[in-house]
Design a protein around this ligand. Structure first.
Ligand code: GDP
Ligand code: MG
Length: 163
């Protein structure tokens, strides 16, 4: 079975952009993997000979009853439950938000391998701008730029090595 990585984070941090970087093919794979549900976006990719599946979260339709935040939380929980490792994405430009803290609290209790990734970090040097993310209590923050592809390969290696 290929390892499953869930991309988790509040809206607009760049989950889908990173998903597109990490996957070369999408669709028609869900049927091949027992245990994966259909209402999320799955893709697959490989790093050398190491194959993996990625789940993008947030591409959902909030229903009137549940509202967007409940549905988001549900999507995140389900994706994380299916995953072997979680890639938790924060926005290096926007900085920490209350929602980032909520997600971090949830992930810390979960006990699954979790990699903290600061996206939109193109042109940033490690240090001041990234230091605040250590507050989340998830260890080192890995800077990437999903839009430019910077740091993505190294991040993926870390995520797969954490399994
Ligand atoms: P999602 O809501 O988490 O799936 O975020 P998206 O992937 O839709 O990206 C949200 C916005 O951030 C879009 O306008 C992207 O173009 C932008 N974005 C994504 N990755 C980067 C990045 O590495 N650098 C910058 N500057 N913008 C990015
Ligand atoms: Mg998205």
């Amino acid at each position: 079975m290929k390892p499953v990585l869930a991309l988790v984070g509040r809206p607009n941090v760049g989950k889908s952009t990173l998903f597109n970087r990490l996957t070369k093919s999408r669709d028609a794979i869900v049927a091949d993997f027992a245990g994966l549900t259909r209402d999320r976006h799955y893709g697959q990719g490989h790093l050398g000979a190491r194959e993996y599946i990625v789940i993008d979260t947030g591409g959902f339709e909030p229903t009137a009853e549940s509202g967007i935040y409940k549905e988001m939380a549900k999507q995140t929980r389900q994706a994380v439950a299916e995953a072997d490792a979680v890639v938790f994405i924060v926005d290096a430009r926007a900085g920490l938000s209350a929602q980032d803290h909520d997600i971090a609290n949830y992930l810390r209790r979960l006990g699954k391998p979790c990699l903290l990734v600061a996206n939109k970090a193109e042109g940033m040097t490690e240090g001041a701008q990234l230091a605040e993310f250590y507050e989340l209590g998830l260890g080192a923050v890995v800077p990437v730029s999903a839009a430019h592809g910077q740091g993505v390969r190294g991040m993926l290696e870390l995520a797969l090595d954490a399994l």
